[in-house]
Design a protein around this ligand. Structure first.
Ligand code: SF4
Length: 242
């Protein structure tokens, strides 16, 4: 059953507080990523793990002195450097298209002009690129520009649905439902802690409900009595490294 917006806001607030009690406030570097670093890092992170996308990102950063240099490459040359992140052809084309467009609009490969735009204007601007969707754009908004936007990946989508905060069929729908309800200044903490929850407790198969910090708040009808206690502590998050 769908819950009211007021109840959803209360549940999200409680979930955030409970996850902070359990996982703490995730550390962040003082300096935020450059917007173009964040865009390219997020494109590389699609459908792969953070360690492989981090290596692909470093391959570009270490082999080229600037994104302008990368913009001069053909897509197959970009692909050679990012293969480890998987979907090399698709990701190389997405990077190439974005770089071409930025260079043709601004004269060089610099995305800093988006700092002056609103969240919605940035979403409209970046989602025009093939291979750049709402999740990738919201990662740029959060990790680079520090906007109070919670990107919805598979972990956030699954945990928000299982807890009953939303009832949606796709991550983009979850994004729109929770977007106005994220407590001010909490998007990074909420997003990161939901990923940790999804990796450690609320796994796709056999969630470890008995040990989950959200057990009493969660409305999932198929809670397990004995979850698979395979604590997979993994707090490597690519976008906090850029
Ligand atoms: S109680 Fe179970 S289903 Fe609910 S959030 Fe925790 S692990 Fe996921």
């Amino acid at each position: 059953m769908k819950i009211s917006k007021k109840k959803r806001a209360e549940l999200i607030k409680k979930i955030n507080e409970r996850l902070i009690e359990h996982f703490g406030i995730p550390p962040r570097k003082e300096e935020r990523a450059d917007p173009l670093d964040a865009l390219i890092g997020t494109i590389l992170s699609q459908n792969t793990n953070d360690r492989n996308s981090w290596r692909a990102y470093l391959n570009l950063k270490e082999n080229f002195s600037s994104w302008d240099e990368v913009a001069e490459l053909e897509a197959p040359e970009i692909e050679e450097h990012i293969r480890i992140a998987g979907l090399g052809n698709q990701k190389a084309n997405a990077i190439k298209e974005a770089l071409n467009d930025i260079v043709s609009k601004k004269g060089n490969a610099d995305l800093n002009y988006i700092r002056d735009l609103t969240d919605d204007e940035i979403i409209a601007e970046l989602t025009k690129y093939k291979g750049v969707g709402l999740k990738t754009t919201s990662c740029v908004l959060l990790f680079s520009l520090d906007r109070n936007i919670c990107p919805v990946d598979t972990h956030v989508h699954r945990t928000m649905n299982r807890t009953g905060a939303v009832k949606t069929s796709a991550p983009d729908k979850t994004f729109h439902e929770i977007r106005p309800l994220i407590p001010e200044g909490q998007a990074h903490t909420f997003h990161t802690n939901l990923i940790l929850l999804g990796r450690e407790f609320c796994k796709p198969q056999k969630p470890d409900c008995p040990n989950c910090p959200l057990l009493d708040l969660c409305g999932f009808k198929e809670k397990t009595r004995e979850g698979e206690k395979r604590y997979n502590h993994n707090n490597f998050l690519l976008l906090d490294r850029l």
